[in-house]
Design a protein around this ligand. Sequence first.
Ligand code: UD1
Length: 446
Amino acid sequence: MDMLVVQGGCTLRGHVFVDGAKNAALPIMAASILLDGDIRIKRVPDLVDVQTMSLLLQSLGAEVTRSGDTLDIDTRDVACQHADYELVRRMRASVCVLGPLLARFGRASVSLPGGCNIGHRPIDLHLKGLAALGADLRIERGYVIGEASQLRGADIFLGGPGGSTVTGTCNVMAAACLAKGHTVIRAAACEPEVADLGRFLNGAGARISGLGTSTIEITGVEGLTSVTHTVVPDRIEAATFAIAAAATRGNISIHDVCPEHMASVIEALEDIGATIHVAADQLDISATGSLRSIELAALPFPEIPTDTQAQFMALMATVPGISVVTDRVFPDRFMHASELVRMGAQIRREGASVVIDGGRRLTGTSVMASDLRASAALVIAALAADGESQIRRIYHLDRGYARLEQKLNGLGASVIRRADGSAQAKRPHYLQGDSARSKGSQSQRD
Ligand code: UD1
């Protein structure tokens, strides 16, 4: 297993380009099961999670070929409707194949994704939505078994205690494309990645309206055909670079972004004291002046994404004053806090919030990544800290960031990937046999 060795105390400067959004690419790939034609998806990030989704589609009988950042997918010969635990447990988004399999074949058996390091993550809303479309669903031996002779359009309320569900909306919206009649999804997720899936499906002949709003309407069609689609920019990757620039009091330009997907993040960074210039597909951020503490809360889009909460926490640890960071989407997503404390941050947990007494000197040390965005937070803290840090278990990072160390080094950082020979460097359970599974090696499945 690899670790990242980060020399702290740098100031990020220069230009960086973001990839396509992981959280759009994954449900789009899953929904390709619905299509009967040539599928070309451009700007697909080269990530472990994308490789896992490719393996899952191949295990069902699809052909998936990558050429540069383009994926060609052919699902015409899909013959298997069984998504195995061995693949699904690696990545939660695998559950996005459930709706498409049911809609196309009338049956599916998909492993439940299981536990997760960022808190309890049920899929009851996915099941509720698909049942409302007429699927007969039961849980048996860790699998969701679904049957549906003909899905029928329905009026579905998909809200839950944590608000809307992103992949739940994707699953139900995709299935409804081939249902007979009209479907309305209320309390639908408004995230840009859900809208991007909708555009992909519409490009293949679906009739979806209301994308980007909390009411999505779908008129079922007989079939979906060929499509070429370009994935939206990764707003979480872009936000991670912007927050890293602020944490190092740097000055960077982030290219290939969609600024309107990042309004809440931009506003929070401006509230902290950064200066941001927004162009069509570019953000310039300068944080060379003095920064101030803030209170911020992660909520569903268009508010601050929970996937940036950890990175903001690392930033606020560098800013003098008391900051409060709350996560209303995943109220237990704070495993990174104790690693940040090991680097010298003063952080106290209070329910779904942490209180940060910022501006203490951070010092480099050996820290352990617990999930994907927590890993990014540790990298940010390490860039801002004095001395060297070793960030272990970075397989989490590789699930969601492509070439992160090259991109950071292009901005003037010193980040080296090295083999980690330490005792803590257990291989992730999904790269090992079952016997090697342990709590510490659970992957985060966002
Ligand atoms: C997606 C993203 C993940 C992001 C999250 C929230 C992908 C692949 N992953 O995950 O990066 O952190 O959105 O923006 O797109 N819930 C239920 N029942 C359900 C489903 C969800 O109660 O059936 C709750 C969850 O516990 C959570 C909230 O709803 O409190 C939001 O979760 P959800 O939007 O479903 O997250 P994911 O789609 O799994």
